[in-house]
Design a protein around this ligand. Sequence first.
Ligand SMILES: NC(=O)C1=CN([C@@H]2O[C@H](COP(=O)(O)OP(=O)(O)OC[C@H]3O[C@@H](n4cnc5c(N)ncnc54)[C@H](O)[C@@H]3O)[C@@H](O)[C@H]2O)C=CC1
Ligand SMILES: CC(C)c1ccc(C(=O)O)c(O)c1O
Length: 246
Amino acid sequence: MTQIALVTGAAQGLGYAIAGRLFAAGYAVVITDLSLERAQAAAEALDASGERVLALKLDVASKADFEAALAATLARFGALQVLVNNAAMTLTTPVMQISPEEFDRVMSLNSRSVFVGCQVFGAHMAAAGYGRIVNMASLAGQNGGTATGAHYAASKGAIVTLTKIFAKELAANGVTVNAIAPGPIDSPMVHAAVPPQRMAGMLANIPVGRLGDADFLGDLVVQLARPEAYFTTGATWDVNGGLFMR
Ligand SMILES: NC(=O)C1=CN([C@@H]2O[C@H](COP(=O)(O)OP(=O)(O)OC[C@H]3O[C@@H](n4cnc5c(N)ncnc54)[C@H](O)[C@@H]3O)[C@@H](O)[C@H]2O)C=CC1
Ligand SMILES: CC(C)c1ccc(C(=O)O)c(O)c1O
């Protein structure tokens, strides 16, 4: 039977690549983003027939949007097995100049959203007795960040911890919760964060000497979403070209 996956921030970048790999693996995919129009354009690019896609507006800052997206998914497909908490923002203000308001904004968008998504979708999955949640963390959450801001790095560290907490809470109900911590992946976000004149320096610093591949992240999500992946939970999967080793 077709399984259903919802991806936040899926109109572009890694979210879109992840949605694409889930779709290629046979999932019906719910593409969500801040703007319904951009989500619809991405969904149409993935499946012009519209049979295995649904586009929804989901602002991850809003618990009501998470609840409405779950309800709309169940109304259209009758089930929801996979959630990918992917959406995030980055600001690169130097740490001594970040205002408390800016700190709150980044923390709230990046980590409170994962907390709310795991709570709302996790409750549904636990009641159904099965589910797979994948949270997008970052290398920055492990090494304190380089190209990215302190609040971004802190928000991604919080995602690693939330992943462990929800994994423990939901394990007995057949729900796994894992995180992926990418280093710089070839994507619009990395090109926006790293100006062309700094790219060669960044590449020279990466042990494997190149940026990561977004489709590979999508394939990793597909693996973590499989029923057979029941034995990995609370884990953070490093995909960073050797920039951080445990
Ligand atoms: N690109 C990279 O190299 C890396 C990315 N990441 C993480 O991967 C995830 C995706 O990153 P990218 O695709 O590169 O970013 P991106 O900036 O290209 O795409 C982010 C998407 O999220 C959406 N979005 C922003 N605010 C939103 C909100 N409030 N509600 C819903 N959607 C919202 C945007 O509209 C956009 O479509 C993020 O969590 C990011 O922190 C982590 C490490 C490296
Ligand atoms: C693309 C984003 C902003 C990014 C860039 C670089 C790193 C890193 O070198 O640690 C990240 O973790 C990122 O999330």
